[in-house]
Design a protein around this ligand. Structure first.
Ligand code: CA
Length: 227
């Protein structure tokens, strides 16, 4: 799960980022509307967390813009707690509205709740050649038999399966690894890919992970081309 946090308050942004990363989310942080637009143009997010009072614009305008272009779910995070503000936020396309100050466990729970809704991305099952990854349960199976994998490896596999048939850049996969554990070695991603290949092969699943030198990795259905 990849989130974009748009928040100009540095210590709050840091606290939210830390809490979400510890909960297993990959988080990008933009401190203003301009930076947020740059992130939005380059990355596919599962959820937006949006402050309204930003130094170079209003979060509500940004929300409308992103909802029209991308349709991603969004949670507004703001000190504006008057009813007209909350209604404007929800009418503007926000899925939830959280008033500061906010308790981090509650914020994490609300993120999960929005992602579980129909159209939200938590709880979808990804599929490749009979291998299934349940993104809510973090469980991988092949023909209903479990493929045992660590959390970090499941994170990498999720990115590869979401973009099956397309190259996933190294930076995206590294984020998946670092989001779960900051203290990883330089070749942690290569190690994760190698564990994944071995586990998939041992399960008898034909899906294959290909190295695209200098760019990243690609998962496809393998030689049988099933599904
Ligand atoms: Ca602000």
């Amino acid at each position: 799960m990849r989130l974009l946090l748009v928040e100009d308050h540095p210590s709050l942004a840091e606290a939210v980022t830390d809490a979400l990363r510890r909960a297993g989310f990959a988080v990008d942080h933009a401190a203003n509307v301009d930076d947020a637009r740059t992130f939005v143009a380059g990355t596919d997010y599962d959820l937006l967390l949006l402050d309204l009072g930003l130094p170079d614009g209003d979060g509500l305008d940004l929300l409308g813009e992103i909802r029209r272009a991308k349709g991603w779910p969004a949670i507004i995070l703001t000190a504006r707690d008057a009813l007209p503000d909350r209604l404007a936020g929800l009418d503007g396309g926000a899925d939830d509205y959280v008033v500061k100050p906010v308790e981090m466990p509650e914020l994490v729970a609300r993120c999960r709740a929005v992602l579980r809704r129909p159209g939200g991305r938590l709880g979808t099952v990804l599929e490749a050649s009979g291998m299934r990854l349940d993104t809510a349960q973090r469980r991988v199976t092949y023909l209903d038999r479990a493929i045992p994998l660590g959390r970090r490896d499941v994170g990498v596999l999720e990115h590869l399966m979401r973009r099956k048939g397309a190259v996933v850049p190294r930076t995206v996969l590294e984020d998946a690894v670092y989001a779960i554990d900051d203290a990883v070695t330089p070749n942690a991603l290569e190690a994760a890919i190698s564990r994944l290949r071995k586990a998939i092969a041992q399960a008898g699943c034909p899906a294959a992970i290909h190295t695209v030198r200098g760019v990243g990795w690609l998962l496809d259905d393998g030689p049988d081309g099933a599904s």
